[in-house]
Write a protein that binds this ligand. Structure first.
Ligand code: F6R
Length: 242
């Protein structure tokens, strides 16, 4: 595991963007796994700048996002599809037909998840997977659990996640109760993994995930077993790692 400590959020974003742009430049027709959340917004901005400067192209890239709320239309401003359009896809030259986010509007959960796994397999599997890190060690919507879920599946959101997300919706009743997420097995099958985390509030989980015991109670800890992981954090998030 490569563990890179940067000065601040901007430096973390630029460093992580360099990992992605390096990967895309050397594998122009690669399959990228992408994440939403507040952490990657800065790195997506850097990728957009690189594209605008003509230094990077997503022309032949295929993408698969980690997760999506179940029951939200792609046009909903809290859907992860909307987030990706807004923060990356509409600003770069990626072919919209090659961008994939689990279909939150599909009422048949089993069919939606199976179709997603199949689409990833048909694309040749994930090349580089980008991950953010939840405060409890979740990656995607894979929350602490007695075991590591393998494939794309439907999860019931915890009360704390629903409450945390309610600030983004008109009311708590509007927050989706379920989500589709890649499984830990799906993520671990990626050829390379890039994790980003910033801020003092992530310091404890960064230490537990990357320097603590591997356990499904800290889902990100499984990444210690992946052969090609780069973790890019700011110094606040690294504060508890020696
Ligand atoms: C997002 C995702 C989540 C986030 C995690 C961290 O697609 O799958 O696991 O990466 O919740 O979120 P932020 O970056 O907002 O702290």
């Amino acid at each position: 595991m490569k563990f890179i400590v940067t000065e601040n959020y901007e430096a973390m974003s630029r460093t992580a963007a360099r990992v992605i742009s390096g990967y895309v430049s050397s594998h122009p027709d690669c399959v990228l796994g992408l994440a939403t959340g507040s952490t990657p917004i800065g790195l997506y901005r850097c990728l957009v700048e690189d594209c605008e400067a003509g230094a990077l192209s997503f022309k032949d890239v295929t993408s698969f996002n980690l997760d999506e709320y179940r029951g939200l239309d792609p046009q909903h401003d809290q859907s992860y599809r909307y987030f990706m359009e807004h923060n990356l896809f509409s600003h770069v030259d990626i072919d919209p037909a090659r961008t994939h986010v689990p279909d939150g509007a599909c009422p048949d959960a089993d069919a939606a998840c199976a179709a997603y796994e199949q689409a990833i397999a048909e694309a040749g599997g994930l090349g580089l997977q980008l991950l953010g890190l939840g405060h409890n060690g979740h990656i995607g919507f894979n929350e602490p659990a007695p075991e590591f879920p393998k494939e794309t599946h439907c999860v019931a959101l915890t009360e704390s996640t629903i409450n945390a997300n309610s600030r983004l919706f008109d009311s708590a009743d509007d927050v989706p109760r379920e989500a589709y997420t890649m499984g830990i097995g799906t993520i671990m099958a990626a050829k390379e993994i890039l994790v980003v985390a910033n801020g003092a509030d992530k310091a404890d989980i960064v230490r537990r995930a990357f320097f603590g015991p591997v356990t499904p109670e800290v889902p990100a800890s499984i990444l210690q077993f992946h052969p090609n992981v780069t973790v890019v954090v700011d110094k606040e998030a690294a504060a508890l790692c020696q």
